[in-house]
Every structure is written in structure tokens, then in C-alpha cells.
Design a protein around this ligand. Structure first.
Ligand code: C2E
Ligand code: MG
Ligand code: MG
Length: 248
């Protein structure tokens, strides 16, 4: 019903190139604007949507919406923006996942190079052979793939080598501790960045909130950042304001 009533909305969180301080894309994050409960964060409804399979139509709505918006921004002249979209376990497990994404791209006219799928380690490790297969299809289409919350799941270094992925997203838990002089977290963040680079991947840090964290991440040559220090996730109107300030 909430989908029919258009109660879901997407907010857009900027991602920037750390060195150039240039806005190069965004992560799309879903919110439920419930008439009874107000604006709800994903943790309040995504687990239920997963359990009830409603994540499938919801996920389809999200990918279509985000491709459409990003294409609109490209047409407005912001043609370097990459849209990162979270793909949930159930959604990834659907037989028609490739079809759904293909259609979202063809209906919107967005070039596949400007769509990035975010998947967590547990989702991609669930069925290794199937994942490799799908990732190769996505790669052939030109879509980018990113491993979300990297470092928190079931990581096997041998799979990283075999998956045709583009980037690693260091989990916020490691980033938030960068300020607390936690030697272990500093070491882990540093290692993830090096690991990513040695495998030819880009590395993005999420949940970046302080200048001190930025200093660490610059020192370790992290490629991109996303977090409150750059901007909170923004509604469309505010994201467009930011775009016009950054680009023109
Ligand atoms: P995620 O994909 O790891 O998204 C990052 C989360 O960190 C977002 O929370 C974002 O608002 C939050 N965040 C960003 N910068 C900062 C920061 O500087 N500090 C802190 N403390 N937090 C920051 P959000 O929007 O509540 O989303 C939570 C999770 O819900 C996401 O984690 C993702 O797993 C899921 N989710 C969100 N949108 C979607 C969606 O469209 N589809 C699916 N399947 N899952 C989604
Ligand atoms: Mg994500
Ligand atoms: Mg994450």
C-alpha cells in the first residue's frame, strides 16, 4: 500500500573524491514517509520488507526511481554523477534481478556506467557461483559493483580476487574509531585501503564525520568519502541545490 500511495522516498548522500574535493556521485537511501508514524529510517522497515518479500517490489521501485533521477541530473549537465543503490539479499536472490536492472536502465536511458550496485559480503557469499555469474553479467553491461560494509562480514580474500568488483566501502565502524586513537581500527582501515588498491579497486570510506578522520584517510590515500562531514543524505531539492553550488 505504501508503494501504491507513494509513501517511500529517496534521499541522496553525496560522495566526493577525497583529493579533489569533487562531488562525483551519491548513495541513494530509502525512507518511508508514513502518514501515521512520520519519516522512518530503513532499519525500521527494511527487515520487515525482507521477511515479507515486499523488498522485491520496493527494491524495484527504488532502482527505477534512482536511475530516472540520475538520468535527469545527467541531462541537466551533471553528467559525471554515479548513483549507488543498495541491493538487499532477497532482491539479489530473485531470478529476474538482471532483467529488473536492465529495464530500469533502458526505461530511464541512464548509461550503465553511472549505476553502482552496493552489496554486502554476506549477500555475495551466499551462493558464490551464482554471484560470480551475475557479477560478470553486470560487468559486461558496464555496471559498477561495490562491496558495502566491508570488513564486517564473512570476508574471504580469495573471493575478492575472483569477483569483478570496482570498489570496497570500508564500514563506518572502523571509520568512527579513527578518532579514538584505536590502533587496531587505524590499522584495519589502512589495510583495507592498501588491499583495495593492490587489487586494483577504488576504496570509499563511509560515515566520515570529522576532519581528523579525513586527515587519516588522506594520509592512507583513500579515494572517496561519504559522511556527515560532507553532507547528510538530502532530499532531492536540497541535493540539487548542492549540485548547482558545486558545479556552476
Ligand atoms: P548503508 O548502505 O551502509 O548506508 C549507510 C548508512 O550510514 C545510511 O543510513 C546513512 O544515512 C548513514 N550515514 C551516512 N553518513 C553517516 C555519518 O557520517 N555518520 C553516521 N553515523 N551515519 C552515516 P540509513 O540511510 O539509515 O541506512 C541504513 C542501512 O539501510 C543502509 O546501510 C542499507 O543497508 C539499508 N538501506 C538504506 N537504503 C536502502 C535501499 O534503498 N535498499 C536497501 N535494500 N537497503 C537500504
Ligand atoms: Mg550502502
Ligand atoms: Mg554501508
Amino acid at each position: 500500500k505504501a508503494i501504491e500511495n507513494e509513501e517511500f522516498m529517496i534521499v541522496y548522500q553525496p560522495q566526493i573524491l577525497l583529493n579533489e574535493n569533487e562531488l562525483i556521485g551519491f548513495e541513494a537511501l530509502v525512507r518511508w514517509n508514513s502518514p501515521e508514524k512520520g519519516v522512518l529510517a530503513p532499519y525500521k522497515f527494511i527487515p520487515i520488507a525482507e521477511e515479507t518479500n515486499l523488498i522485491v517490489p520496493l527494491g524495484e521501485w527504488i532502482i527505477n526511481k534512482v536511475c530516472r533521477e540520475n538520468k535527469r541530473w545527467h541531462d541537466m549537465g551533471y553528467s559525471h554523477l554515479t548513483a549507488a543503490v543498495n541491493i538487499s539479499a532477497k532482491q539479489f536472490a530473485q531470478d529476474n534481478i538482471v532483467q529488473v536492472i536492465k529495464e530500469a536502465l533502458s526505461k530511464s536511458g541512464l548509461s550503465p556506467n553511472y549505476l553502482e550496485l552496493e552489496l554486502t559480503e554476506s549477500v555475495i557469499m551466499d551462493d558464490f557461483e551464482r554471484t560470480i555469474n551475475l557479477f560478470n553479467i553486470f560487468k559486461d553491461m558496464g555496471i559498477r559493483i561495490s562491496i558495502d560494509d566491508f570488513g564486517t562480514g564473512y570476508s574471504s580474500l580469495s573471493y575478492l580476487k575472483q569477483f569483478p568488483i570496482d570498489s570496497l566501502k570500508i564500514d563506518q565502524s572502523f571509520i568512527s574509531n579513527l578518532t579514538k586513537d584505536s590502533l587496531n581500527d587505524i590499522t584495519i582501515a589502512n589495510l583495507v585501503i592498501d588491499l583495495g588498491h593492490k587489487l586494483g579497486l577504488q576504496v570509499i570510506a563511509e560515515g566520515v564525520e570529522t576532519q581528523q578522520q579525513i586527515n587519516f584517510l588522506s594520509e592512507y590515500s583513500c579515494d572517496k568519502i561519504q559522511g556527515y562531514i560532507v553532507s547528510k543524505p538530502l532530499i532531492k531539492k536540497d541535493f540539487e541545490k548542492l549540485l548547482s553550488n558545486n558545479y556552476k
